[in-house]
Design a protein around this ligand. Sequence first.
Ligand code: PNW
Length: 460
Amino acid sequence: MNKKFPDSFVWGSATSSYQIEGGWNAAGKGPSIWDVFCMIPGKTQGNDNRNIACDHYHRFREDVALMQSLGLKAYRFSISWSRIMPAGRGDVNQAGIDFYNQLIDALLKAGIEPWITLYHWDLPVALQFEMDGWIGDDISDVFAAYAEVCFRHFGDRVKNWITINEAWVVAILGYGHGVFAPGIKSKDLPYRAGHNLLKAHAKAVDIYRKQYQTVQGGKIGITNNCDWREPLTDSAADVAAAERALEFFLAWFADPVYKGDYPASMKQRLGDRLPSFSEEEKQLLRGSSDFFGLNHYTTMYAADATHGAEGGSVYGNGGLSEDQDVSLSVSPDWEMTDMQWAIVPWGCCKLLEWIAARYDNPLIYITENGCAFDQTPIDGQVDDRDRIAFFEGYLAAVHEAIGLGVDMKGYFIWSLLDNFEWASGYSKKFGITHVEEGSLNRIPKASALWYRDVIRKNGL
Ligand code: PNW
């Protein structure tokens, strides 16, 4: 990989609180919906939970040293809401604040820029009981109040904020297919949850901009996930189906943030099932992201399925397919990760171009990209050439997008540590080789060393 990226390009890696921290009931932390979801037999592979996970809560200093040895310039992590506000609102747990202060200080000392995600899915369970989680009418105000606590305590040192990680996953997997916490299966609730997630984002951004941004001088945005959807054939029907699939995936959340409202295709197809924004809410949403955060993993073919949709994947990557009338499929020629996500770097470049065209060339950060492979350690090392090939392919695609005029600003590898993969637990089937909780992440990987070289070659 000899491609040169812009000097200011941000090279990082990402994690999330529930997936790595452990310390699930340490020092006044309240329970989250994921703590409880994992207690229900059958909800995660092997009934795994994150009670220890990578034990980052106790070993964060080692992990920061690991990041420093890799030459990482940026580290994206999330705050466990119930660690700093055990009941989700009201009392603040000083021990939780102290933990994140220590982490932030250690990062800055190591020359690593902290990027904070405020919500990466571990909602305080009290808010699920008391206000129905993301479908409750008041949740957006409660989220904004929590965000304010974070800006107040950490914003003097933290200059990069992401409000919500992957609203699509929260809505579709949490409230549609029910495979993620809180485990609700519904055809209508995903659209309500999505609506409140968007309002929560906008309100938090409003508080940051009015009370903190001028003084603290940071940036704030939202991160959405999207696969690429390639038309199966060049028929007009399939081309329209692929566009529709992207609108139901990404534009669902990005159109309100960039244009102030949902895409026309969604409004038309969903009718009353899609809530609507007031004029005031539209105004609050429009322009509410300083950058475009994108998590991208894979590509699928999309075909018109007006006569009955089929397809999707283990995770239901299609969303609620029947609302879109789109059938998804993969090519037998594509290689797969252990998540059964196809490796298609050109899909990444096409998606970046699609975003640049639709949203007037925003600054884009890939806030997650990566792959799961089953790796057996040999002599205490992991020779993960599949992962290196994956990253070479996707980084070349990002480089190509830059050449085509896309304003790419940074790239974060998912993930820094072998972590708890939600409903997939630590299972080998999905590529996370679980030897002993909290230990595997310390095994040196070829890909990590390779990434270090990429960072170095870019002169950083
Ligand atoms: C993302 N899908 O999850 C999350 O941000 C991470 O926490 C997670 O570990 C990572 O990707 C790998 O899975 C996703 O169905 C989960 O399209 C599901 C989907 C996408 C992203």
